[in-house]
Design a protein around this ligand. Structure first.
Ligand code: G3P
Length: 214
């Protein structure tokens, strides 16, 4: 499973890169707006810094607007994946962009049906938002499981990119279900390696070593 970082923050990307965990980055309008300043300069900086795919999202709501924006976004770097909202016009845009050889990430996916439609439109990635589903009392991972089954049933090559991740359990469940990619906020990346028994064990090893060596 590939790990992407869900951020538009350069310091977070640099720190996660150092850990050697990051295969790509996903952004969205909210994440870029949090950084402030010139979003285009920021997006270009991210594309330069990251070796793998970088998702940049369109804000148009018609297929025509989305395709036009996508044509601009792909100039930011050869690693750009264009994020398209899962609405009917988004499906039209996805089909058109796929025909032009532009990679797409269909975002705001909340059901396996939506994922099926995105795959039929030729999406490179679909992004089910598991945390936001959990937050309204639905089961985000159940949707991921259904998407995996459907894609395997029909041999869709669209990658399942689990998004809206809230905790390490989402990461583990995604791996167990065979998701292709997970995009993780930096706060959750920090949780992944940590275990209290590791800290306790290390402290005791070091204390014993100090006793031996003074
Ligand atoms: O980038 C898409 C997605 O991961 C956003 O998640 O935290 O806004 O629900 P969140």
């Amino acid at each position: 499973m590939e790990f992407y970082l869900d951020t538009a923050n350069i310091d977070e990307i640099a720190a996660a890169r150092k850990l050697g965990l990051i295969d790509g980055v996903t952004t969205n309008p909210t994440l870029l707006s949090r950084e402030g300043g010139d979003w285009q300069a920021q997006a270009k900086k991210i594309c330069d810094l990251v070796d793998g795919p970088v998702s940049l999202e369109v804000v148009g709501t018609t297929a025509k607007e989305m395709v036009a924006e996508a044509e601009e976004l792909v100039n930011f770097g050869s690693n750009v994946v264009v994020k398209i909202p899962m609405i009917e016009e988004g499906l039209v845009a996805t089909k058109e962009l796929t025909a032009r050889g532009i990679k797409t990430n269909v975002t705001l996916v909340f059901s396996a049906m939506q994922a099926l439609l995105a795959a039929k439109a030729g999406a490179t990635y679909v992004s089910p938002f598991v945390g936001r589903l959990d937050a309204i009392g639905q089961n985000g991972m159940e949707v991921v499981s259904q998407i995996r089954t459907i894609f395997d049933n029909y041999g869709f090559r669209t990658n399942i990119l689990v998004a809206s991740v809230r905790h390490a359990g989402h990461v583990l469940d995604s791996a167990a279900l065979g998701a292709d990619v997970i995009t993780v906020p930096y706060s959750v990346i920090k949780q992944l390696a940590a275990h209290p028994l590791t800290d306790k064990g290390l402290a005791s090893f070091l204390a014993d070593w100090k006793k031996l060596t003074g």
